[in-house]
Design a protein around this ligand. Sequence first.
Ligand SMILES: [Zn+2]
Length: 264
Amino acid sequence: MANPSYAQSLRLIKFYNEAEREILQECNRLLLASINGNILGPGDYSSARMQQIRKDLLEGSRTWVQEAIPYSYMKGVDLADTSLPPENESIADFGEIHQKTAEALGKSTYSRLMDVISVVDRRVDDIFRKLELENTKSAVLGDQKEAQVAAKIKDDLAENGITGFVDKAGNTWDMGRYAEVLAQESTMQSFREGITNRLQEKAQDLVFIPAHSGSCKKCAEFEGKMYSLSGNDEKYPPLSEAIDGGMFHVNCTHYVEAYRKTAE
Ligand SMILES: [Zn+2]
């Protein structure tokens, strides 16, 4: 099964890709002015357009999180309900737990998006500062070096986009591409937490991992196997064992379902 929040994910990806395109356009406008030998003034570097793009990004990110995260979580609760044996009864009132989990997931997703926006901010600032410095030097020295510097930055942006994330290995991700990872990861995580919370609410400890076509090689070994949510089962290993083994990695669309005897 694909990510049940695929349509939600696509919205964020499209939104971030469009924002990236607009930021690049705005950077290019200034870079081209430099390439064409125009001396820019200080006011050119904090354009109203760039401020607007940033404001839209903040607002759009907040709206997306408010909609997509609870939606994905509820999809998980619904899926758990369809897989639960009908005789299972609630062991406790999970109302507050559902609400708090969805809220916590929303907060962490939002802060990861804010991290992307601040990396983008820094990148744009760096470009403009560099350009401003080169322009100032050119004005004093009377050379045309700012055009070369601007052309180099412009080529780099065209090739690599605007950096939105730097991973532990030092690889840079452009903001559109990284939004894909974030959208997929955060919606799948919410979906999975919705499932496990509902299963725990209904005293369902044993789960299995349904197989799906086109499974990643990493996950194939876990498919169809049974696990215990609590880790207290005598016969089956804790689910954390599969997770530690690489299950639920980035772009993974696996999840757990209640184990029912008929599923064997
Ligand atoms: Zn997987």
